[in-house]
Design a protein around this ligand. Structure first.
Ligand SMILES: Cc1ncc(COP(=O)(O)O)c(C=O)c1O
Length: 384
């Protein structure tokens, strides 16, 4: 058997960044960490209280299908946010964060002996579409996204042989790392092509509630179809709950039924107290609007600085990221120079081929820290 377990570029890169940050901290230098997308704003008090209230004296194994209260809360959110009626019994299951759900999906649905086991996914991207495919012995088919077409993965541009072999396509909008968003027409086109070729559309929508233009919330695949479609949602960034590990998988009842059969093998039942906190979070929209406003303010501050210095941005419509062109033919020395001053950003290539020549800014530091970082950045002399 081949070994699919080599670390992905993304996982490797996180380690490199951690080491660089550690060295800076040891030198007593302030670190401005725009690298890792793990926000530092507190989890709202009512969510923490919901978890505490749900701590039963007796601890039993949670189930993979989860508690009705959580599935109903997700369905309630989908109704309010998307105008979509999900059946909480057959069309929604909880996940321990969207990462495990994404990683396990090919393992749950593909067999190494299947003739058709290709997985199509974007690059640059979140690295887990790739690693999940490899661990499941699927066949990887990364599709390079381009600034010129708005970082859209277009199934219509793929050769017929690829569409004939593909079982799963991953879409991710708002997109990590570019922050690009799409409209419903695009999603409809992709879902129609996928349906023609019997490809399951898996939409990683973990940033769906985080967008910078309040007048145009990004669409979900669930607003276009239910059959042949799975949406993956997350509370991590939406509700400041990265440490809780909570998300959902929603959509095609046949695929959900298959996941209910396979996921119990994977030990991914979400603890009941986390489910209670998650239900409280999905029931509330006010805290999400507050977080959006906060990220928007950080985006405005960063974008204003970058533009004033002549940096070019693209995508950058949602999630918690800005995607910026490296203003130099020597990206490594550019990143090194920033790092010497304690400023950590993510080189585009760490998200896979196609990311070269760009860097990602995660809007993670506080506004005060951003202001300090920008005055440091402003004073750096680059030799280009
Ligand atoms: C595109 C994308 N998908 C999924 C995840 C996983 O998020 P979580 O497992 O916290 O829900 C992340 C995390 O950064 C991400 O950027």
């Amino acid at each position: 058997m081949s070994t699919p377990a080599a670390p992905s570029s993304g996982a490797y890169f996180t380690t490199v960044l951690d080491e660089a940050k550690q060295r800076l901290t040891e030198r007593g230098q302030e670190v401005f960490d725009f690298g890792v997308g793990d926000p530092i704003e507190p989890t709202p008090e009512f969510i923490r209280q919901a978890l505490i209230q749900a701590l039963d004296p007796v601890s039993r194994y949670p189930t993979v299908v989860g508690q009705p209260l959580l599935r109903e809360a997700v369905a309630g959110w989908a109704k309010r946010r998307l105008g979509v009626s999900l059946d909480p019994a057959t069309e929604v299951i909880p996940a321990n964060g969207s990462k495990e759900a994404i990683f396990h999906l090919p393992l749950a649905l593909l067999r190494p002996t299947d003739a058709r086991r290709m997985v199509v996914y974007p690059t640059p991207s979140y690295p887990v579409y790739d690693s999940g495919t490899r661990y499941a012995q699927g066949v990887e088919y990364p599709v390079a996204l381009r600034e010129a077409n708005g970082y859209r993965l277009d199934l219509g541009s793929l050769p017929d042989e690829v569409l004939a072999q593909a079982r799963i396509v991953w879409l991710n909008y708002p997109h990590n790392p570019t922050g690009a968003s799409v409209d419903k027409t695009y999603l409809r086109e992709q879902i129609e092509i996928a349906r023609t070729h019997d490809i399951l559309v898996c939409a990683d929508e973990c940033y769906l509630d985080l967008y910078f233009d309040e007048s145009s919330p990004p669409p979900s695949v669930l607003q276009v179809a239910r059959q042949g479609v799975l949406a993956f949602g997350s509370l991590s960034k939406r509700s400041g709950m990265t440490g809780y590990r909570s998300g959902y998988i929603a959509g095609d009842p046949t695929a959900i039924a298959a996941l209910k059969r396979t996921r119990p093998n994977m030990g991914v039942g979400s603890p009941n107290f986390v489910q209670a906190a998650a239900a409280a979070a999905w029931r509330d929209d006010a805290h999400v609007a507050e977080r959006r406003a906060l990220f928007r303010a950080k985006r405005d501050r960063m974008a204003q600085f970058l533009r004033s210095k002549g940096y070019e941005m693209s995508g950058s419509e949602g999630a918690i990221y800005l995607w910026v062109r490296v203003p130099s033919r020597d990206p490594q020395s550019f990143f090194r120079r920033l790092l010497e001053h304690g400023i950590v950003v993510s080189p585009g290539e760490s998200f896979g081929p196609g990311g070269e020549g760009y860097f990602r800014v995660a809007l993670v530091p506080t506004m005060t820290s951003i202001d300090r970082a920008l005055s440091v950045w402003d004073a750096i002399e680059f030799s280009f």
